[in-house]
Ligand binder design. Structure first.
Ligand code: GAL
Length: 958
């Protein structure tokens, strides 16, 4: 009895617990009807062709394909078979996988892409999506954060649109085309033949793709705008909410806004009942709230709130939308410069493109974070996204880390297309506290001196103000006095030496000013004597373009001498591919950076660290490995934020010198191997010391991972720095050993580099496929399936066989026979040593038999595809593939209709294997990036170099 009672109590508790959980889950499910799913994983990719439709998988050959709905052609047709295509996860940049080639555009890093390389300039992506039947009734959208470039998108063979910009985010509502309860095929064709900028821009779907599902009554994309006004210790929030009603009937609803603080507590809320929208319409609903004791967002304390917006219909939450925002004030003062929350802040900025060693423009989110941290490590507090909209994740991270951003649009203009791009940028980014300024143009040479420049600047600023009255706008100009510079709200000077900045300030005392670009110094990391043959330039700070640009030190001094100047954005933070000033080929990357393409700090970054940070530091350049230079004077410079520095060679003082403000110290030191020591002092007390030693020869490989515990999400990364050390464990600064990388466990390598602007080594090894399509398909109806030796023979005369691509009206179809022979032909492909040729075949009937050149062959199933490996010696100039099978239902015509020009019958693929993962060190450094594949578990990165002790890094993903 007791037992039974206990049992029933336990069961009762269970049921209660279940009901409790159910109670939590059910409303939660009902309350989160919006889903935003990342769909970066499992795409198929293949190169198309920019000039030849045949090599572009027949794209554009089918009649009516741009006139009739659902007529997507070639790979845009859902029936097209892509089993032979490469599997890729996004973000993906196909350009970074291409070799360097002198015919490539040096501005774009001399990758083999663009006009001379039509075979490398078009990329196709396909993905199958299952959308459950339970989604019927919801609105379904595809959102692309950016595709480089000229992307055309189809869903289930239906054309959705074209986006010319390689940087603007775009979205297609696909609801009307969705196959609910089944598979849906997305096809994207990107064409990177024509470039946008004058720097490396990559190619392909290099940003995220999302699938968004909402109720027909929902918050519009980027549909919130939260503005804050600081009032004493409180903040007033003004909220504009854009709601869309896709129902064909009017809808009544309520709006609830809740402000959630960083601990997850609701600290303010407001509800508006009785709102309504007409059928198929959109409306903006204003609300305001007071945030008591508002916690301000600042560089030191980047505090974020979330506005949680709910739409309720009949008391039920039908949409929920989160907006992160920060409360801060931003002022550009024409006399006193920039203020954040009323506090003067000099903008210590860098310009950056979206480009990193090894991965090109396809930056995993973690890498964007890492890059921002790297910039912060030497005191950078501001980032100019030159010259294009950044990724949304970069701004999220700038919000989180405390980094101010100039958000830049390209190009100037007021046409609908340009205006729409600008509008999307502002709507997407206007809630980010990090964004302090919109830039609507950079060095618009054709108009920056002309009245039309002033006019367009004013028109665009006016447009921006209507979307965001809280921020000012700038145009970066290469010469001021007229045109865009007088039109700009905040004047952006590119390069002090190109402007009379004081004259401009005197003439336009009402205009705040900023150095949107300064520097463009040319230095190679770790190089101290010019070596033009290897495109290397010494790393001592000096003018890059004498007369028209300043050294970093001169630039900063000029800014500090002018209280009205808001700050300076160095050109650039990171080196980037392309813009190979002053060399051109064989240089492949720029040398303007404060850090190289992998993020290793150059000496100029230490100068900035000395003037941009308070953390005591001292830095000596150059290294002290000068065998062969014994007795010769070496130019030694020291950066420090101490007030004096003393230099020692092998313990002997070379003199103590006071540190001039915003500058450096120098000594000429006759070289003798040993240890160079710099001691920095503040008011006589030593605050920092650095030793630079002459090292012995490399003895061991050293790996320094940024982190070893990764999220098992298929996206998280670790940057691994690779060096070699001598027998005493000191990193060798001149080493150029080749390192081989091998990764195991749930990890993959996604890119490598070494910062050498002259290196033509592989960035990201990838196998490359070439396709030969089978042609001249012919079919023969047969009744006897037992003797097919004649029709499959090499010598078979197919002149009277049927061309299965010829459409016949049903009444003209030949009577169905028992069996069918289907035969296609292919020319001998060029197969180089090490390459593999494979024939992909379809499963056309359950009992099919296959013959290549008359010989029976058996297909193997590899990765879900049916393949026949071909031996080069087996192939002739002309070859045939024959199927013998029972007649499929619907006859050969039905077979053809589904095969999209034969794509499901056969295609020949020749694969060039990926190059090995190996890289040389450049002046002692290389980098490899490790990424989670998505599964949890442990794994290793093994680093091996001939003659040296190898090393292993253990990684964990969870
Ligand atoms: C500027 C330009 C930058 C970059 C730089 C190189 O004129 O705005 O994009 O080209 O020069 O010095």
């Amino acid at each position: 009895m007791r037992k039974a009672a206990e049992g029933s109590i336990r069961i009762g508790a269970w049921v209660a617990a279940l009901l409790f959980v159910w109670g939590l889950v059910l409303p939660a499910m009902a309350q989160t009807p919006r889903e935003r799913l990342n769909i970066d994983k499992d795409w198929r990719f293949a190169y198309g062709h920019a000039d030849e439709a045949q090599r572009d998988f027949g794209y554009g050959l089918r009649p009516f394909f741009f006139a009739k709905a659902g007529y997507g052609d070639g790979p845009a047709n859902p029936e097209f078979s892509d089993v032979s295509w490469r599997k890729v996860d996004l973000p993906h940049d196909w350009a970074v996988e291409l070799p360097f080639d002198q015919r490539g555009n040096a501005n774009h890093g001399s990758k083999a892409i663009g006009h001379p390389f039509p075979e490398n300039s078009v990329g196709w992506y396909r993905k199958t999506l299952t959308i459950p039947a339970s989604d019927k009734g919801r609105r379904i959208s595809l959102e692309f954060d950016g595709v480089y470039r000229n992307s055309v998108v189809w869903i289930n063979g239906h054309y959705l649109g074209t986006e010319p910009s390689g940087y603007s985010g775009f979205r297609y509502d696909i609801t009307d085309y969705v196959n609910f309860g089944g598979e849906n095929l997305i096809a994207v064709r990107a064409d990177a033949t024509v470039e946008e900028g004058w720097y490396y821009e990559g190619a392909g779907i290099y940003r995220h793709v999302w699938l968004t599902k909402t109720d027909p009554l929902h918050v519009a994309q980027w549909g919130t705008f939260v503005r804050s006004t600081v009032e004493g210790s409180n903040a007033r929030l003004d909220i504009d909410l854009t709601v869309q009603n896709a129902f064909k009937t009017a809808q009544g609803f309520a709006i609830r806004h809740e402000v959630v603080d960083a601990r997850g507590q609701v600290v303010a809320e407001t509800t508006q009942a009785d709102r309504s929208l007409n059928a198929v319409s959109e409306g903006v609903f204003a609300a305001n709230l007071t945030l008591g004791a508002a916690h301000l967002w600042s560089l030191e304390d980047p505090y974020l709130y979330t506005l949680r917006t709910s739409l309720l219909r009949d008391g039920q939450v039908v949409d929920r939308y989160d907006t992160r925002f920060g409360v801060r004030t931003v002022t550009f003062d024409p006399d006193k410069g920039f203020f954040l929350n009323g506090k003067a802040v000099k903008l210590q900025g860098t310009n950056n493109h979206q480009d990193h060693a090894g991965v090109g423009v396809a930056l995993p989110d973690g890498l964007q974070t890492w890059r921002l941290k790297q910039l912060k490590s030497f005191g950078v507090n501001a980032y100019r996204a030159s010259h294009h909209p950044p990724t949304p994740e970069l701004l999220d991270e700038a919000d989180r880390l405390g980094m101010l951003v100039i958000d830049e649009h390209r190009m100037m203009g007021t046409s609908p297309e340009i205006t729409h791009q600008l509008e999307r940028l502002i709507r997407r980014d206007r809630n980010h506290p990090s964004v302090i300024l919109w830039s609507v143009g950079n060095e618009e040479w054709a108009l920056e001196w002309k009245d039309i420049g002033t006019h367009l600047a004013l028109e665009m600023q006016d447009f921006v103000k209507r979307l965001d009255p809280t921020r000012r706008t700038t145009v970066a100009t290469s010469g001021s006095g007229k045109g865009t510079s007088v039109g700009a709200d905040v004047i952006g000077f590119n390069y002090g030496a190109q402007h009379d900045v004081d004259g401009f300030h005197a003439q336009h005392p009402e205009k705040p000013a900023i150095m949107t670009e300064e520097g463009s110094t040319l230095t190679t990391r770790g190089i101290y004597f010019d070596d033009p043959a290897r495109v290397h330039l010494n790393a001592y700070d000096r003018q890059g373009r004498p007369g028209s640009s300043l050294s970093i030190e001169e630039g900063w001094n000029r800014v500090m001498a002018r209280p009205w100047m808001s700050g300076m954005f160095v050109w650039t933070g990171f080196d980037y591919r392309g813009e190979t000033t002053p060399f051109g080929w064989p240089a492949i990357s720029s040398q303007f950076g404060m850090v190289d393409t992998t993020g290793v700090l150059k000496d100029t970054a230490y100068y900035l660290k000395s003037v941009w940070t308070d953390q005591p530091m001292v830095h000596i350049l150059p290294h002290w490995n000068w065998a062969g230079h014994e007795g010769q004077p070496i130019d030694v410079r020291v950066y420090s934020n101490g007030d004096a520095v003393e230099l020692f060679l092998n313990g002997k003082s070379l003199g103590r010198q006071p540190m001039p403000r915003y500058s450096h110290l120098k000594w000429r030191v006759p070289y003798a191997p040993g240890i160079l020591t710099a001691r920095a002092y503040q008011k006589g007390r030593q605050v920092a010391v650095q030793n630079v030693s002459t090292t012995a020869a490399p003895a061991a490989v050293v790996a320094r991972p940024y982190k070893t515990a990764l999220k098992a999400d298929g996206s998280d990364i670790s940057v691994v720095w690779v060096q070699v050390s001598d027998k005493k464990g000191r990193p060798v600064p001149t080493a150029d050993n080749r390192i081989d990388f091998e990764v195991s466990g749930p990890f993959r390598l996604i890119g490598m580099g070494n910062g050498d602007p002259g290196s033509h080594e592989v960035d990201r090894p990838a196998e490359r496929h070439r396709y030969v399509s089978l042609s001249n398909w012919r079919s023969l109806a047969i009744d006897d399936l037992t003797d097919t030796s004649r029709p499959v023979a090499e010598t078979a005369d197919t002149a009277n066989w049927r061309d299965p691509s010829q459409w016949l009206p049903p009444e003209a179809q030949p009577p169905l026979t028992k069996g069918l022979v289907l035969r296609g032909e292919f020319a001998r492909p060029a197969i180089n040593t090490g390459e593999q040729a494979v024939l992909f075949v379809g499963q056309l009937a359950p009992d099919q038999h296959l013959y290549v050149n008359g010989q029976a062959v058996t297909a193997q199933t590899v990765d879900g595809a049916q393949v026949i490996r071909l031996d080069a010696s087996q192939l002739k100039d002309r070859n045939s593939l024959s199927y013998v099978m029972t007649m499929p239902a619907g006859g050969v015509q039905a077979l053809y209709d589904q095969s999209v020009g034969g794509s499901r019958w056969g295609s020949l693929r020749v694969t060039t294997p990926a190059a090995p993962w190996q890289r040389r060190l450049f002046n002692g450094w290389a980098q490899v990036i490790v990424q989670s594949t998505g599964e949890p578990g442990r794994g290793h990165l093994r680093l091996v170099s001939s003659g040296l002790t190898a090393t292993t890094v253990d990684f964990q993903a969870e």
